[in-house]
Design a protein around this ligand. Structure first.
Ligand code: FES
Length: 124
């Protein structure tokens, strides 16, 4: 488990971040996938805050943007694994977990980190 700073990405340098969207591009409760380097990153806006995750399901690598977002619960379309997008923790199964990326909002742009954040203990 990393430090709180490491798990939030506050320590990361600016050149670690890529602008993916305008701050007003997503509605609250909406999600969208963006290419960040060779990876797909899923950006979710919930309660006015952004979260970002690796865009592929940890089960069998289906694109998560094809799933459904109901409140804070993201459900993969393929086999209905579900996750809490507030933390990335698995809802079903609880042993699963999304891989988080750090997010910053600067000058009207949403930026996400190129590399994922260190894994933390699931918030169960
Ligand atoms: S690929 Fe997502 S639940 Fe199986």
């Amino acid at each position: 488990m990393g430090t709180p700073e490491a798990s939030s990405g506050e320590h990361l340098p600016d050149d670690e971040f890529v602008a993916v969207a305008a701050d007003d591009e997503l509605w609250d409760g909406e999600m969208e996938a963006y290419d960040v380097g060779a990876a797909e990153v899923l950006l979710v806006k919930l309660d006015g805050e952004y979260r970002a995750f690796d865009g592929i399901c940890p089960h069998q690598s289906v694109s998560l943007v094809e799933g459904t977002l109901d409140g804070a619960t993201l459900t993969c379309r393929a086999h209905e694994w579900s996750f809490d997008v507030r933390s990335g923790a698995g809802v079903n199964p609880r042993t699963a977990c999304l891989v988080r990326h750090a997010v910053r909002v600067r000058d009207g742009q949403v930026l996400v980190s190129r590399t994922p954040l260190p894994a933390t203990e699931p918030a169960h």
